[in-house]
Design a protein around this ligand. Structure first.
Ligand SMILES: [Zn+2]
Length: 236
């Protein structure tokens, strides 16, 4: 008996297509998405070779010849690049901040602005990138200033949406530092917007997350927004 599945293919065809998957029989579901189990395997043992094989296959699906000279090294390069772009999954915030929190009686606003960040949008796996501005008002302890861009990096180097990235940075600092408040503003250009669909070249997506006094006190929030904009020539 031939049973058609929702994709219109028979079970047998589906099983064949699953078997054709180079990443193991049961790891790719019918929609062709790599299961959680597969993504764990890709991340851990032999991660790079697996991504290479997938990229080679992808090149074929795009109508290319992965064996022509210009593309021969491409799967390896893409695997390396993707591993780098998602290295935030392997990084641990507690380890990063370990030994970088200092007791200090300072309760004025601390701002680190114009932090460059690069991330991949989880909808298209295309880059979005821009500037991140972080402010907080310490409550008896501060964090080494260089650690703030590192925190931004840990969460940027994952598949993201800008809104969640902004919230994760703010909440992490709020949880680890326990300050009076945290403000995070991110301004980014998304290649998925610029290269496809709306094709708006100069659109800037701005997201913000305000916690504690940055949320409750208009004056604090205004001061933060003023300070991250001061000295800029462009109108934002
Ligand atoms: Zn996108």
């Amino acid at each position: 008996m031939s049973v058609k599945t929702s994709s219109g293919r028979t079970r047998e065809e589906n099983r064949k297509s699953l078997r054709r998957g180079r990443f193991g029989d049961t790891l790719v579901n019918r929609a062709g998405t790599v299961s959680k189990q597969a993504s764990v395997l890709l991340k851990n043992n032999g991660r790079a070779p697996n991504i290479q094989q997938i990229v080679k296959h992808l090149l074929r699906l795009l109508g290319e010849d992965p064996d022509r000279s210009g593309l021969r090294e491409t799967p390896e390069r893409v695997a390396e690049a993707l591993t780098f772009f998602t290295k935030g999954y392997q990084q641990d915030i507690d380890q990063l901040l370990n030994g970088a929190l200092f007791p200090m009686e300072y309760d004025e606003m601390v701002i680190v602005r114009d932090i460059d960040f690069f991330s991949l949008c989880e909808h298209h796996l295309l880059p979005f990138f821009g500037k991140c501005h972080v402010g907080y008002i310490p409550n008896k302890r501060v964090v080494g200033l260089s650690k703030i861009p590192r925190v931004v990096d840990v969460f940027s180097r994952r598949l993201q949406v800008q809104e969640r990235l902004t919230v994760q940075i703010a909440e992490t600092l709020q949880t680890k530092l326990k300050p009076h408040g945290v403000g995070v503003v991110m301004e980014a250009q998304h290649l998925c917007m610029m290269m496809r669909g709306v094709e708006k070249q100069n659109t800037l997506a701005v997201t913000s997350e305000m916690l504690g006094v940055f949320r409750n006190q208009q004056q604090t929030r205004d001061e933060f927004l003023k300070l991250i904009r001061s000295g800029r020539s462009e109108v934002r």
